[in-house]
Design a protein around this ligand. Sequence first.
Ligand SMILES: Cc1cc2nc3c(=O)[nH]c(=O)nc-3n(C[C@H](O)[C@H](O)[C@H](O)COP(=O)(O)OP(=O)(O)OC[C@H]3O[C@@H](n4cnc5c(N)ncnc54)[C@H](O)[C@@H]3O)c2cc1C
Length: 247
Amino acid sequence: MAGWLTGKVTEKIQWNDRLFSLRIQSAFKDFVPGQFVRVALDIEGERVARPYSLVNNPDDDTLEIFFNIVLEGPLSPRLAALEAGDEVFLSEKATGFLIINEVPECRHLWLLATGTGVGPFLSILNSQQAWLRFEKIVLAYSVRDLSELSYRQQISAIEKQHGDQFLFVPFITREEVAGAINKRIPESLEEGSFEQRTGININENDSHVMMCGNSAMISSVTECLEKRGLRKHRRREPGHITIEKYH
Ligand SMILES: Cc1cc2nc3c(=O)[nH]c(=O)nc-3n(C[C@H](O)[C@H](O)[C@H](O)COP(=O)(O)OP(=O)(O)OC[C@H]3O[C@@H](n4cnc5c(N)ncnc54)[C@H](O)[C@@H]3O)c2cc1C
């Protein structure tokens, strides 16, 4: 079996009735913003593990994961029930290619997230490297209602720190909220309101698009962008689209 580290929950943040973040202290340190670890608990004699992206900056003392409860799932409801002081297991290494070292040279980085998919992008936005590489970074964060729009303070701090280099576009699909686009990301991209909001557009010369979250958003946006000549990024065949599907 792969090696496991023991971690201790130091803090639980509850964003609404289904959304939580856990801060975890462990010997684990080394990862690249955008990567994920496997988090596990022993449930009825079995070690049950699932991948979770890291939200924190690699320099932080504690790791942080952000997740929602999937009621029928074995692990996420149990993770949500943990309290400070409880133990979890973590894989020894982080992995994943949703990282900017993999992104070819371009001017604009577009980060498109649904729900908890915003987590790895916060880690990227909270590290220096991205700000040194891209002229503009757009974060599109889509949720169903305002109570799901987590990490708002952290996002505001990024806005303050990076000014015009950072464009934050919240999408709230089931509630009209001032300042947010009341549509799903794919629809807004198709009709043009998303890019209008940013003042720049997604094209094959200037842009790289990273997407994280549910597969419906990722597939629809990929289809739309492929019509414009963008293609999935592969190491052997550099492209414009990098994805991580959570479910
Ligand atoms: C590379 C990777 C990174 C991931 N990182 C995160 C993360 O940072 N935060 C996070 O919340 N989830 C993340 N996930 C999903 C996570 O690993 C679990 O699948 C999820 O937390 C549910 O776990 P579970 O054991 O309760 O249910 P599972 O047995 O894993 O899933 C039960 C069912 O729920 C679906 N499902 C999985 N995740 C979700 C979800 N978020 N919302 C609705 N349905 C879902 C599954 O497709 C499956 O049909 C990631 C998945 C992958 C592949």
